[in-house]
Ligand binder design. Structure first.
Ligand code: GUN
Length: 289
């Protein structure tokens, strides 16, 4: 069954532009108090995709008036040396947010490195303190990608109360925090994953679907209830080498009421929410911690 008209796009570029204008304003207010929000981005190794991501993050900081430093280290860097760098950044007064780009080389324990970041500077929201704060509904930093998805739902005025949300994927970075954020807004939440027996039976019940698996065509039109809202977190290359999400966009847009495109959907929102968290970190410090 198809919807009467194709889905409306939720434009992550346009929404990012609005939020980044607000961030630039908040940054200018902090600068009047002598504080420039600062982000440190740490990249270890030569992962090509990571290099693009960190460059985009640093550029976004500059465009919004934030201070940023990019620290790049060879893949051979030891875990101890990386932990020492984190320690130094934790006490660096010009840095309000620390982001260690993942994945890290295999000889480094990523979770140990994340736990070394001061929770007050954990703008990625990956520290157990941040995860715990989200879990119990206390102030903290929300992971940027699911936070961006929530802003996209907010932008279309979607009231989650009593709605059924299905999250496909259970990563610590997207799926799990996404489910908690949706729950906090009073949705009924189902988390699906590789062990789910009948994914289609679940997604067909959903008013909102968030696809965050990292696999092409995880969600196709026959799996979507007419009028559902579809958020695509995937960032994949199809057989032709073209950038695409987890959702069969052409098919699903005939059924959904709203859909996020790839590229130009969740991707820009992730970076935008990193800026939001960094400015928030600086504002909290300015307000006395
Ligand atoms: N690698 C893929 N996504 C992310 C992210 O949001 N933050 C960090 N630090 N690394 C990532």
């Amino acid at each position: 069954m198809t919807n009467s008209s194709p889905a409306q796009l939720i434009d992550g570029i346009a929404l990012s532009r609005e939020i980044r204008a607000d961030i630039a304003h908040r940054t200018s207010l902090l600068k009047q108090k002598g504080i420039t929000p600062g982000l440190a981005v740490v990249l270890v190794g030569d992962n090509q995709a990571s290099q693009v991501y960190v460059r985009n993050k640093v550029k976004a900081c500059a465009d919004a008036g934030l201070h940023s430093v990019l620290e790049q280290y060879p893949a051979s860097m030891s875990e101890d040396d990386l932990l020492a760098r984190i320690d130094a950044l934790n006490t660096d007064a010009s840095i309000h947010g620390i982001l260690v780009q993942l994945p890290l080389p295999a000889h480094i324990d990523a979770q140990k490195v994340i736990e070394a970041i001061a929770p007050s500077k954990d703008v990625d929201g990956f520290h157990v303190n941040s995860a715990g704060a989200l879990m119990v509904g206390r102030p903290g930093f929300w992971p940027c990608t699911p936070y961006g998805c929530m802003k996209m739902l907010e932008s279309i005025g979607f009231d989650l109360k009593g709605k059924h949300a299905v999250v496909i994927g259970r990563s610590n970075i997207v799926g799990k925090p996404m489910a908690l954020m949706l729950l906090q807004k009073n949705a009924t939440v189902t988390i699906c994953h590789s062990g789910t027996k009948d994914l289609k039976a679940m997604t067909l019940q959903a008013d909102v679907i968030v696809a965050a698996v990292g696999k092409v065509n995880v969600l196709t039109a026959d799996m979507v209830k007419p009028g559902a809202v579809v958020i695509d977190v995937g960032m994949n290359r199809n057989a032709l080498g073209k950038l695409c999400g987890d959702v069969d966009f052409e098919g699903v847009k005939q059924v959904a009421s709203y859909i996020t495109p790839v590229p130009g959907g969740v991707g820009p929102m992730t970076i935008t929410m990193l800026l939001v968290n960094t400015v928030e970190a600086a504002e909290r410090l300015a307000a006395g911690g």
